[in-house]
Ligand binder design. Structure first.
Ligand SMILES: Nc1ncnc2c1ncn2[C@@H]1O[C@H](COP(=O)(O)OP(=O)(O)OP(=O)(O)O)[C@@H](O)[C@H]1O
Ligand SMILES: [Mg+2]
Length: 398
């Protein structure tokens, strides 16, 4: 099949056909930097994507997600570092020699061509004969569950259908890597959620190594095998969705991926794998009504001296209202507000000894709703406290 055809390269390529479809190939970036004038868009970025994995790049606007995709695609070239696809260095190769498929946010379908002509575009560029093209298009239309839609115009297709056509066009050439820049960004919420499942199941069925850019934290967590959280052109953390969600390394990651309560602490005693900490209030001050010292596990790669200050993060769903367990730390508070979110009650609870309001999510099925003004006892298991690293650039060792 066609490794070299790329409908986005803008140039015709030869149909050099590898014997085995080039699926499930690894991708790696090593020390990649890219500057645009005074902007360091990427700084020493290194990333390994395992064969067949779907990796989500997540981060605020301007953090370098699209630049990363464009470098992988060959639309831009890095100032330093190397890019490898299937073990082969492609750093300075043009897009049409990298064996990639791409899906963009606005699909970039050709409005004057039919669905079938759109899907077959890359094959036509690669000189695949007409009959063979038609067979590929039929196979693709079945795969994206739009059989018989080949002759439709693009304008006659719904947003979700156009999205699937764009996907078919990207994968028909059997790319070794699929790049997706906000592929579901133009869809409304319901359709988007359906398409998340569809895209993910198609991606795993075909085993195409994929890199997807998204703004949507939930999308990144539900769809990907690994999540890469970026900021200011660097990777802050990468790992499986559970690793990154349950064990965020920094405050930025904790707050970017879902909600987090951040509690300052002062260090009482440190050992290699655990810390004894005294929780402080939001201003970092010691309170007489604070709970006693608690012991937390940590994986810091720096040493802390007694008295040093730090922060722990705890997810709202890990906090309990009432129902404390023996080793829990407990805080007295008052319900400030409650929002019903279908399966959960989301509370804001004012905790005087913390000098802040904390977020608590409680399964709605497990307890009756508490109204504002209700006094409560909030409890946390020390096992659910995650000790945070200082953000990079704050001058702290990392
Ligand atoms: N061609 C270019 N010329 C100059 N600056 C650029 C160019 N492309 C990107 N940049 C800058 O590089 C930085 C990273 O941009 P990039 O498009 O990769 O961000 P992003 O993470 O995709 O953001 P968004 O979520 O808004 O799409 C930004 O500061 C951007 O302004
Ligand atoms: Mg972008």
């Amino acid at each position: 099949m066609l490794q070299s055809a790329n409908p986005f390269s803008g140039s015709a390529t030869s149909a050099a056909a590898p014997a085995v479809p080039p699926r499930s190939q690894p991708l790696s970036l090593d020390g990649v930097s890219k500057r645009f004038g005074a902007t360091m868009a990427l700084q020493q970025l290194s990333l390994d994507v395992r064969a067949g994995d779907l990796v989500a790049l997540l981060g605020p606007s301007g953090c370098g997600k699209t630049t990363t995709l464009r470098l992988i695609a060959g639309f831009e070239f890095p100032d330093t570092g190397t890019i490898r696809i299937a073990g082969r260095e492609v750093t300075n190769l043009p897009p049409n020699r990298r064996g990639l498929g791409m899906v963009f946010q606005n699909y970039s379908l050709f409005p004057h061509l039919s669905v079938a002509e759109n899907i077959a575009f890359g094959l036509r560029m690669a000189g695949v004969p007409k009959r063979e093209r038609a067979a590929h298009v039929t196979r693709m239309l079945d795969l994206i569950r739009l059989p018989g839609y080949g002759e439709r115009r693009i304008a006659q297709m719904s947003g979700g259908q156009q999205q699937r056509v764009a996907l078919a066009r990207a994968i028909v050439t059997n790319p070794s890597v699929l790049l997706l820049d906000e592929p579901l960004g133009a869809l409304d919420k319901n359709l988007r959620e359906n398409m998340q499942f569809e895209l993910k199941s198609l991606q795993s069925k075909l085993g195409i190594t994929s890199v997807m850019v998204t703004h949507d934290q939930e999308e990144a967590l539900t769809m990907s095998d690994r999540v890469v959280v970026m900021n200011h052109g660097r990777i802050l953390q990468s790992g499986t969705p559970t690793e990154v969600y349950d064990r965020p390394r920094t405050r930025f990651v904790a707050e970017f991926l879902g909600a987090a309560n951040i509690l300052p602490f002062a260090l009482v005693r440190a050992e290699q794998n655990w810390l004894d900490i005294a929780i402080r209030d939001a201003r970092g001050e010691e309170r007489t009504d604070a709970p006693p010292t608690c012991r937390v596990a940590h994986a810091l790669n720096r040493t802390l001296a007694a008295g040093a200050c730090g922060e722990v993060a705890v997810r709202p769903e890990k906090l309990r209202v009432g129902d404390p367990r023996p080793d829990d730390i407990r805080f007295d508070g008052v319900v400030a507000a409650r929002v019903f979110r279908g399966s959960q009650h989301a509370y804001r609870i004012e905790v005087p000894s913390l000098g802040q309001t904390v977020s608590v999510y409680q399964q709605a099925a497990r307890a009756a709703a508490l109204e504002a003004g209700h006094p409560v006892s909030v409890s946390i298991s020390p096992d659910d406290l995650v000790v945070l690293e200082a953000e990079p650039g704050e001058g702290d060792a990392r």
